[in-house]
Design a protein around this ligand. Structure first.
Ligand SMILES: Cc1cc2nc3c(=O)[nH]c(=O)nc-3n(C[C@H](O)[C@H](O)[C@H](O)COP(=O)(O)OP(=O)(O)OC[C@H]3O[C@@H](n4cnc5c(N)ncnc54)[C@H](O)[C@@H]3O)c2cc1C
Length: 459
């Protein structure tokens, strides 16, 4: 792959999938790129790391752990870069717990909804409304900018389910989708969020990479175009200020207590909205207020490395609110692909609704692990016993800002915000808050920001 040449330099703040994709696309356009990341690893919420326990080596995804072939912009990028050869299949089943029994549905066959014992016939007929509404909503759903959904954003997922579906569909489909995707119950999420999940999740197979989905940003940074002299990646580089100057931008960043100033022709700020609000002084008061108020749910999840795999075939089992108030999904990560756990061994993650995590933000890891097992015992005692017997490792991961939980009305606010942004500004924003929290949405917003910058700098 050859890049056009120019000596113009673009600074990208944040090496999550939005930032790394923006950086890659800008390099393809021939720009020099400086990528600044505050952590000592790239990838942000899409990153994986090695953890050892007993005699075993495990690989854990810090954030995102599941990818879909519905993620078309991601697939296109993988194909263009030759990275598609790294894609691996994984389990396509999601379980839902009802009255102690796990009902398994396939992502690939949305018609499973009509066959499953999870729901009665009346609910199955009502589920057809969901498919109809999804088809009607489709033109308003976009990976890189969900502001077009403002017109259909009229109620919460709970209100929608009670109006168009029925109570069992609320309890065993809509609420589990909200909790697994947004870590929040259905009354806190816009109905558009549920339609987005259905659109992005069902009807296509899952895929992964050897050793975790979080390897994608690292793969991108390892491409020849990104290892060239025209790309500079600075880790442990915390940016504090991004401002426009006479002929471009200057960016202040800090390492080891020393401030440095970087000059660029343009900048892509690819960090979560509330952080962007504090970095860019040229935002208007309304823009800053919008970004600062964005509601990300918090997440504290616990992963156990096991000497023996669980017997579960699904990649995860959703625990509806009716079944447990706190625990919302159990991921059987060894079903998510190779390289997570040694052969025949297990990797299980317990994920909780945001109120549980928020209450444990400052609680020590040992107590969090104990609390998580108490919750599991209340709902899946056999699995809790299996973990107790075969546990080799326990790791706690914490995210203050895990995923965006947009309430009803949030898409209208987004539309007002996006329409107020200047597409010709040398400072462009990217991140999941333009759409909804998935790796693919972030990737798409990174591509869109890179395109706007390239259009500006080429004139
Ligand atoms: C627990 C969890 C599970 C998830 N599961 C899935 C899933 O299964 N599938 C899926 O598709 N999506 C999932 N998501 C959502 C997905 O991970 C995110 O939407 C996406 O990765 C966000 O990418 P981003 O580049 O927009 O932001 P981020 O990944 O947050 O990247 C922002 C980067 O900027 C850096 N940064 C922040 N401030 C500064 C600063 N001042 N200076 C320099 N650098 C800075 C951060 O360290 C970070 O690396 C999950 C998220 C979480 C947290």
């Amino acid at each position: 792959m050859t890049a056009r040449t120019t000596t113009k330099n673009v600074i990208v703040v944040g090496s999550g999938i939005a930032g790394t994709t923006a950086a890659f696309r800008l390099r393809q356009e021939g720009y020099h790129v400086t990528l600044l990341e505050q952590e000592d690893y790239p990838g942000g919420r899409m990153s994986s790391h090695a953890v050892s326990g007993g005699d075993s080596a495990y690989r854990l995804d810090r954030g995102a752990s599941w990818l879909s072939r519905n993620y078309l912009p991601m697939i296109k990028l993988l194909e263009e870069t030759g990275l598609a050869s790294r894609m691996l299949p994984c389990s396509n089943e999601l379980g839902v717990l009802r009255d102690g029994k796990v009902h398994r549905l396939s992502f690939v066959r949305p018609t499973d909804l009509l066959r499953t014992g999870l729901l009665g016939w009346r609910s199955k007929l009502k589920a057809l409304n969901l498919l109809r509404d999804l088809s009607a909503a489709r033109p308003a759903l976009s990976w890189s900018d969900m502001s077009k959904a403002a017109g259909i954003d009229i109620e919460s997922a709970q209100e929608y389910a009670l109006r168009r579906l029925d109570k069992p569909l609320l309890d065993y489909l809509v609420e589990p989708l909200c909790s697994t995707q947004f870590l929040a119950p259905a009354d806190e999420i816009s109905a558009v969020g549920v339609l987005s999940i259905m659109w992005s999740t069902f009807g296509a197979a899952s895929f992964t990479f050897d050793g975790g989905v979080g390897r994608l940003p690292a793969f991108l940074l390892d491409l020849p175009l990104m290892r060239s002299e025209q790309t500079r990646v600075e880790l442990n580089a915390r940016v504090s200020d991004v401002r426009q100057d006479g002929n471009g931008v200057h960016v202040t960043w800090e390492r080891d207590g020393a401030n440095r100033v970087e000059h660029g022709d343009a900048c892509v700020v690819a960090v979560p909205g509330p952080i962007a609000a504090g970095l860019v002084p040229s935002l208007t008061d309304d823009q800053r207020a919008y970004l600062s108020a964005l509601r990300y749910t918090s997440d504290v999840h616990v992963t156990f490395g096991l000497r023996e795999a669980t017997g579960e075939t699904a990649l995860g089992v959703a625990i509806p609110l009716r079944e447990h108030p706190d625990l919302c999904v159990v991921l059987h990560e060894h079903n998510l692909g190779p390289g997570r756990a040694p052969a025949d061994q297990g990797l299980v993650t317990l994920v909780f609704r945001h109120h549980w995590s928020a209450a444990r933000k400052s609680v020590d890891d040992d107590t969090v692990v104990e609390d998580s097992l108490t919750a599991l015992t209340e709902v899946l005692p056999d699995l809790a016993a299996h973990i107790g017997k075969h546990r080799e490792m326990a790791a706690v991961q914490r995210w203050d800002r895990a995923v965006l939980a947009r309430p009803a009305g949030g898409y209208g606010d987004l539309a007002r915000f996006t329409s107020s942004l200047d597409p010709r500004s040398p400072i462009q924003l990217a991140g999941d808050y333009f759409a909804y929290s998935t790796t693919n949405a972030s990737l798409s917003t990174g591509e869109a920001a890179a395109q706007r910058v390239a259009a500006l700098l080429s004139t």
